[in-house]
Ligand binder design. Structure first.
Ligand code: RP5
Length: 162
């Protein structure tokens, strides 16, 4: 199976990426995680993106906060799908990172998830890998069924209590 690449701009982004890692582990999807910054270590970020396909990656999660150029910088150097996570920082509630990540120019897409959206970033990567993997696709369907059952359980509880 192809690996998911996880790149974060700083180790301070780790709690958000941990949620993505937990999902990838739950699905048994291999991954590799790195701290590479678009601004502080641009050469390493570029090198990772340039060689990602030949190193067995099928999709890349790129997470950064503030002037969040990491996902765009990664996408500029690979044609693999890049999922961007805007990370919330202390000043602007993540709006800064959201706009920096989502507003890509035509030709270099970044699929941007919600601010701090680690879980959906991982699920999107799994959905991409599942296009050619029936077993993985079945696991996604089972998870959706479990999630739906959990909501219906809550519905039962709330409607009986109110
Ligand atoms: C971004 O700046 C990082 O992705 C992080 O979200 C933010 C703050 O980084 P640190 O100053 O905590 O290293 O590049």
């Amino acid at each position: 199976m192809k690996k998911v690449g996880i790149v974060m701009g700083s180790d301070s982004d780790l709690p958000i990426l941990q949620k993505a890692v937990d999902v990838l582990k739950e699905f048994g999807v291999p991954y590799e995680a790195h701290v590479y910054s678009a601004h502080r270590t641009p050469e390493e970020a570029r090198d990772f993106a340039l060689h990602a396909r030949e190193r067995g990656f099928g999709a890349i999660i790129a997470a950064a906060g503030m002037a969040a150029h990491l996902a765009g910088a990664i996408a500029a150097n690979t044609a693999l799908p890049v999922i961007g996570i805007p990370c919330k920082s202390s000043n602007l509630d993540g709006i800064d990172a959201l706009l920096s990540t989502v507003q890509m120019p035509s030709g270099i897409p970044v699929a941007t998830v919600a601010v701090n959206g680690g879980v959906n970033a991982a699920l999107l990567c799994i959905q991409i890998l599942a296009v050619n993997d029936g077993e993985l696709y079945e696991k996604l369907l089972k998870k959706r069924a479990r999630d739906a059952a959990a909501v219906l359980e809550k519905d039962k509880k709330v409607s009986s209590e109110l």
